[in-house]
Design a protein around this ligand. Sequence first.
Ligand SMILES: Cc1cc2nc3c(=O)[nH]c(=O)nc-3n(C[C@H](O)[C@H](O)[C@H](O)COP(=O)(O)OP(=O)(O)OC[C@H]3O[C@@H](n4cnc5c(N)ncnc54)[C@H](O)[C@@H]3O)c2cc1C
Length: 650
Amino acid sequence: MSESHTRELSFIPDWPPGPLDSHRKQSAFDWKQLKLVLEDINSLRLKYKVWKLLESEPLFAKSKTTPSVDEQKKIAAQQMMLIAKLDIVPPEVYAMGYLPRYRFLMSVNEALHAICPSLSVKIAVGVGLFQNALRAMGTEQHSWFYNAAWSREIVTCLAITEVAHGSNTKRIRTTATYDPQNQEFIINTPDFEAAKCWIGNLGKTATTAIVFANLFTPDGQGHGLHGFLVPIRNPLTLQTYPGVLVGDMGEKIGLNAIDNGFVMFTQYRIPRENLLNRTGGVTPEGDYVSVFSEPSKILGAALEGFSAGRLGIMQEATNTLAHSVVIAVRYAAIRKQFGPDKNGPEQPIIEYQLHQWRIFPYLAAACVLKTSVYSLTDLYLKIIEKSQANSNGIDLLSQSVGEIHALVSASKPMYTWTARDAIQEAREACGGHGYLKAANLGELRNNHDACLTYEGDNNVLGQQASNWLLRQWTEGVQSPLVINHCLEWLMCWLMRSIVEDVSLAKQKGACSFEAKNNTQVYKARDLAFIYSEFYAISSFRLSCLKSDVAASVKPVLEQIHRIYGFWVIDRHMVAFYQGSFASGASFAETIRSNLLSSCQTLKSDAVTVADSLAPPDYVLNSVIAKSDGLLYQNLQNEFMTNPGALERAT
Ligand SMILES: Cc1cc2nc3c(=O)[nH]c(=O)nc-3n(C[C@H](O)[C@H](O)[C@H](O)COP(=O)(O)OP(=O)(O)OC[C@H]3O[C@@H](n4cnc5c(N)ncnc54)[C@H](O)[C@@H]3O)c2cc1C
């Protein structure tokens, strides 16, 4: 590594010496050089700073046992206050331009999510999503709320989902009826099925909610869904206001430090100005005025601002994927079972082909997805920045975001499902010890799980992406990005085949809704998945080709690329035969033998690749995968110091 690079990366501590050294020495490249390809240096610098700061804070100490749900909520609330006090996001950030500010906030979120997922979600919901929604839907008159959320004067939440409707937001039934006499909106929940529910921060703490409701003017005309700023509790006393019935939903599978809640409104009055009126407003007399003619377009434009949340989830999922696979690789390098000679030395489980095939594709996926989420985020932020600089931004936004929206909708499922599968594989790959709470894989799994559902259920998002792709196919492919992707035979074949299936079903009398629904399994769902995989692999390729990539890491990047590529093709093998891209055994045999031989080649570098993905031990928080490689000493220490471990049962 060049001297300037060494200096530049000195904020990243070296690993302690230990049994992993023999593996580390097998690599011809420096793990920090690879880290530089996988992650942005400014983001890394910020993350290490946050981790260093929080490691010494008792409020952020890792607990050996699971605190009660109430205790977890209390700790997260205190942590949230401490984060504000520590000035992790200094006021200068607030004054930055959209892109650098957003990048800064996303890096802080990554750092926090890696140590406290609940806290990061709490801040994301209470500050990030709320502010995004205000920016997308509000105007100058709402800036007090924007600033108050930032300074934690108010605790906020975003209330879209209802008991009976989540994915189909257009069928939400909460109403907001304008009363010109008092110049107020009356918010009402018709029945329990229309109660807002699952709303993060609402259960115990939120003082202001952005509530999505159907707007009605005094002439009885409905104008579709709009966002309203609705006071829920007194910020000083946390007493609920009359007309608001609000409560906590109870214990969940994970993320229990967040108070997810429900709320019902009974003819609850709020000022006219609390309507978020960027896309449509009501005059004091009660006339509706909008820049859009179609209500669905208003909702679409408003919801578009939330794609940033999905990108945040993809970043978090990539880190979760990376952490689980780091645990699995380090464990596999040290853990020994069996050997060629029954009575001779045993070999590390990383030597077994089966084990390599189970975990190395996830190691490669973590590298590929780290680079591609970065470039996708860049693409997205530039589009939003452009729309904000333009006086007709919303219009521009709704025109230009079609593709990026489809790409994010396809990618959020692909990233989060890959992470879900990686955590499970890693848990099993670490055997019984992987099941210990102290191994951290259980926490990773429980906290990651909700990502598959919130900010858009994965299957529903995938449908949106495949619908968009199919429109491109039938209307003639126009976008350069899609043309690029369409060079990939599989996508083209799937698109053509789905269009044919839909048309055949229609000829047989099916309506469009039914015909499209019946192409989901095996085809449209796969199409969305492959679309995001191709984007991921293409952007990884571009990152590898950058001129500042050190020559020493190029061979390992090539191996990562091959493993991920062969793995993806293998997962879609049936389609290649179905579409006659391949016939006979040789295609499958070649792909699979290439995958296995590439895994074998990566073996000597696996620990170093894992090192380049790994955060410091405090963040990884796994007793079975510490960077010192002292697996059994660390386990012994854990067993012996477990609270009450050696005490007699009472
Ligand atoms: C931890 C957590 C936090 C949340 N926080 C918030 C929040 O702060 N604010 C908020 O407003 N909401 C929040 N939500 C709600 C979340 O956004 C919804 O759960 C999500 O949008 C899915 O809606 P649903 O639960 O109603 O599922 P449904 O829409 O009922 O889906 C159920 C199943 O049906 C399938 N399905 C639905 N439609 C179709 C179709 N057309 N074809 C095939 N299959 C279909 C889905 O794939 C899914 O598997 C949160 C949820 C969780 C779990």
